[in-house]
Design a protein around this ligand. Structure first.
Ligand code: 5BU
Length: 273
């Protein structure tokens, strides 16, 4: 099964350019770490990205958190992505009808489709949301993740909801490259014998080495639990890396290095087992 194979091996079988580039980057840089930079000030945002760049395969943004947004921030982000060889994932969590999300993805202040290799969507509206986003993103060689599961306590993303998210992805597997989820999803909800060789990439938030959660329902597991025990591919770490003091760039760099190491050794153990 896919999750026992190397990232590089899996890259070769991917037809979506964003999926292939992500897996190739992971193999080349030996990292399955995605850092989530949830900062308000553009200067912090860019300084943190420059510091963690060498240790990551992907940067995750919430572009609408930034104050005083201007297009030069995107240009700088793209320069940093080139300099450090990582991809960009805008955690936009689209959730509207196809016609609306197509405009939200292509236009507005942020023009997400023009710079984010990967974005994500809630499957709650049904397949029309994938159609809408694909009409913009597929021609640009972008990839979409469906939110099959969330990391928060009491999340409604479970049972048949999760199963139907996977089935929705199967129908549109040229553009849907994987899931935000807490465990591997290959084969879920498929008839016996079907979907044998599907390979969805699993990106997992709710990863932390120090805390078990926060005061607002977030729940953390370790890179080892996520990658080795649950078979996820990419660990998404926010506060565990950037911490409380955004000016402590050496500390941020050191923590990124630590999470990279933990994530990668869990992966090596997984493919060796
Ligand atoms: P943290 O600081 O590592 O807790 O940040 C986690 C990030 O991942 C943050 O940007 C959330 O918006 C995002 N996230 C999440 O935590 N859990 C989820 O299920 C999803 C996204 Br989807």
């Amino acid at each position: 099964t896919a999750y026992k194979r190397s990232y590089g091996d899996r890259a070769k079988a991917q037809s979506n350019p964003a999926a292939r580039a992500l897996l190739e980057t992971m193999e080349r840089k030996k990292t399955n770490l995605c850092v989530s930079v949830d900062t308000v000030k553009p200067a912090d945002f860019l300084a943190i990205i420059d510091a963690v760049g060498p240790y990551i395969c992907l940067i995750k943004t919430h572009i609408d958190i930034l104050e005083d947004f201007e297009w030069s921030i995107i240009e700088r982000l793209e320069e940093l992505a080139k300099k450090h060889d990582f991809l960009i994932f805008e955690d936009r969590k689209f959730a509207d009808i196809g016609n609306t999300v197509a405009m939200q993805y292509a236009a507005g202040v942020y023009k997400i489709a023009s710079w984010a290799h990967i974005t994500n969507a809630h499957p709650v509206p049904g397949p029309s949301i994938v159609k809408g986003l694909s009409s913009i993103g597929f021609p640009l060689q972008r990839g979409l993740l469906l939110l099959a599961e969330m990391s928060t306590a009491g999340a409604l993303t479970k049972g048949t909801y999760t199963e139907e998210a996977v089935q929705m992805a199967r129908v549109h597997n040229d553009f849907v490259i994987g899931f935000i989820a807490q465990r591997r999803m290959n084969g879920i909800g498929a008839a016996p014998g079907e979907a044998q060789d599907e390979d969805f990439i699993i990106l997992t938030p709710g990863v932390g080495l120090e805390a078990k959660g926060d005061a607002m329902g977030q729940q953390y597991r370790t890179p080892r639990e996520v990658v080795l025990e649950s078979g996820c591919d990419v660990i998404i770490v926010g506060r565990g890396v950037y911490g409380k003091d955004l000016s402590d760039i050496d500390g941020i760099r050191a923590r990124a290095e630590r999470y990279r190491g933990e994530g990668w050794s869990a992966y090596l153990e997984r493919i060796a087992s």
